[in-house]
Design a protein around this ligand. Sequence first.
Ligand code: FES
Length: 172
Amino acid sequence: MRIVRIIQEKKQTEQSDIDLLLFDESIEKYRGKKGNLIPLLQSAMNIYGYLPESIFDKLEKELGISKSQMYGVATFYSQFRLSPVGKYIVKVCHGTACHVQNATELTESLEEVLKIGDGETTPDGMFTLESVACLGCCSLAPVIMIGDEVFGKLDGKAAIRIINEFKVETSS
Ligand code: FES
């Protein structure tokens, strides 16, 4: 079931393309402030879409924050990503309603068609597969979301078909 058709374009960013100057303003804003690590990492996420290694280097050099502290925070909170995401983030709901309607089958089918595991991004940078908690449309369970578009009442074959449609749309 197709509900909203707004594709969220995600800019694929490679480590080599990182413009560290974009982060200078955030560093100055939070320099010397107590509890600045999370806002700084959030700021980097907003700028780059993930936390590039070079940001950790820069924060260590300029603010003296240890990398172990940064990685500790970055890996603890799910809002932070350590690698770039694909153009399309395929979210598979594993909330209770979707779980009992066999969301696991959707994830397995998507892993098969995309040839990646949960949390990974396809080598061409097109799709990131991600298990998430309730997407707020339980009556349509099981549900996946791609960009801002929600697909409900799916089985594995339907999920594969949707991915193949996206592939066709993006190649044309
Ligand atoms: S549990 Fe999947 S949308 Fe609520």
